[in-house]
Design a protein around this ligand. Structure first.
Ligand code: ATP
Length: 451
């Protein structure tokens, strides 16, 4: 054998690229070991057979077209990316011509580009993510009403004044507090959040103002209290309307004196914290009914900012829905689905008693359960289909769990009505903690609906 031939043979045998040579009649004249592995064929059986024998019938026309282009000199080489054995290959077809330009055949080289392709896909994903930056606490504000509230927040954030945010549950009050804090000179200090409705009544004072070791049974260690934890920062008193009256008096004193005394402690510690309070209750009404101290109300209501319910600002519904779809799709590593025209009109027509939180949960559910790239009406919770179901009424007995839940909901409603919506008394009558009551009201979306 010609030594040059031997040398080429050795090189081609060792190559990791698959090499196939097709003669002028499109028959396989040569196939190297790498091509045997890639195509899962043996050279011994395939030499002399038409190239089509390596391909599924549906690709014949495309392969013929490609080879014809090369034969006719319309192209010197062509690329095709194929998938084989779960990997991607870039196939380069190059026409081989004699000295006179006569077509002798085609050289087909297959390169494994799986890693490259994976990387470029990942790169594309990352570019998309970068092009659409998603802040964790992005605040969507399309409606004039929410833009006005945001403008107010931006104006008062740099001041140290107390802000009272009002609005139904789930309207985004917490996001507004974050915005106030992050735009204030206290932004590098802590933002401490206290949910006044979730605090057990007997622990309200020690939670807020701290306690010394051994101040009461269970006080094994000292606790600085939320006020001191928020030193130099912002203290967010969420659901402030749910503070028991005794705690309201103590809070008022702290706000007046600007100092706290820990439960069981003697000395006073000066407090340097900005107060932002929020409530979904009608505090003026609570003041009239003697449930909330008027003097505390005036102390907190220095700068009132109202966040309207979602049903009063329909311009926000679809932008919020899309924002949540992107967020959850990314979190669940799924492609971002879009809303069908019908789903959009249902969302726009719905009155959202649970506000943005309810919309957010619905979008999370749709992304989690959806298997397509379009969210249809069927992918939305049942209540979005029409009017909100009345919570009091016949128990729809489907399974035991839902029957028990419906029963629990009715008990809660009855107890709340009997106690005029007063959480502490309701919790006591039901034999559960205020925290447990608060959680149940959230779960059933009842915190808004009742007095
Ligand atoms: N404008 C908005 N843009 C983006 N997300 C929002 C917006 N408004 C509310 N959300 C989201 O909706 C959810 C509910 O909002 P948030 O917890 O701030 O409501 P809230 O008014 O504080 O409710 P509650 O009174 O029950 O504490 C949150 O996950 C929040 O991130």
């Amino acid at each position: 054998m010609n030594p040059t031939n031997e040398l080429f043979q050795a090189i081609v045998n060792e190559m990791t690229e698959g090499v196939i040579f097709l003669d002028a009649e499109d028959r396989i004249a040569y196939l190297n070991p790498a091509a045997e592995r890639i195509r899962r064929v043996s050279a011994a059986k395939f030499i002399g057979r038409p190239i089509h024998d390596l391909h599924p019938a549906r690709t014949y026309a495309a392969v013929d077209e490609l080879l014809n282009r090369l034969k006719e000199g319309r192209a010197a080489s062509r690329h095709r990316v194929i998938q084989a054995q779960g990997r991607y290959f870039d196939n380069t077809y190059t026409a081989v011509r004699g000295a006179a330009g006569d077509y002798r055949g085609t050289l087909l080289v297959s390169r494994d580009i799986t890693e490259k392709k994976d990387l470029s896909e990942e790169n594309l994903q990352l570019k998309k993510i970068l092009a659409r930056p998603f802040e964790r606490s992005a605040l969507i504000a399309e409606s004039p009403a929410i833009k006005a509230a945001l403008a107010m927040v931006e104006a008062v954030a740099p001041l140290d004044s107390t802000v009272l945010l009002t609005g139904e549950s789930g309207t985004g009050k917490e996001l507004f507090v974050e915005r106030i804090h992050s735009l204030s000179p206290r932004r590098s200090g802590p933002l401490i959040n206290v949910n006044c409705a979730a605090l057990p009544e007997h622990l309200v004072e020690s939670e807020l103002f701290g306690h010394v070791k051994g101040a009461f049974t269970g006080a094994v260690g000292a606790h600085p209290g939320r006020f001191l934890q928020a030193q130099g920062g912002t203290l967010f008193l969420d659901e402030v309307g749910d503070l028991p009256l005794a705690a309201q008096a103590k809070l008022l004193r702290v706000l007046q004196e600007r100092s706290v005394q820990a439960v069981g402690g003697k000395g006073e510690t000066p407090v340097d914290t900005r107060i932002v309070a929020a409530t979904n209750r009608d505090l003026e009404e609570d003041v009239r009914r003697g449930r909330f101290r008027a003097d505390l109300y005036f102390r907190l209501n220095v700068i009132p900012i109202h966040i309207p319910p979602l049903r009063r600002r329909p311009e926000d519904i679809l932008p919020l829905a899309e924002h949540f779809l992107i967020h959850f799709a990314r979190r669940m590593s799924k492609p971002t689905p879009r809303l069908s025209a019908e789903a959009r009109s249902h969302l726009l027509a719905y009155d959202f008693p649970g506000n943005v939180r309810q919309l957010k949960h619905a979008m999370e559910r749709a992304v989690a359960l959806g298997d397509g790239d379009v969210i249809e009406i069927a992918d939305l919770p049942r209540e979005f289909g029409g009017t909100v179901p009345e919570p009091v009424g016949e128990v729809e007995v489907g399974d035991l769990k839902s029957a028990l839940l419906a029963c629990e909901e009715r008990c809660l409603i009855a107890a709340l009505r009997r106690h005029g919506g007063r959480r502490t008394e309701t919790a006591r009558a039901l034999g559960i903690s205020r925290k447990a009551l608060w959680e149940k009201l959230q779960r059933f979306g009842l915190s808004e609906k009742l007095p």
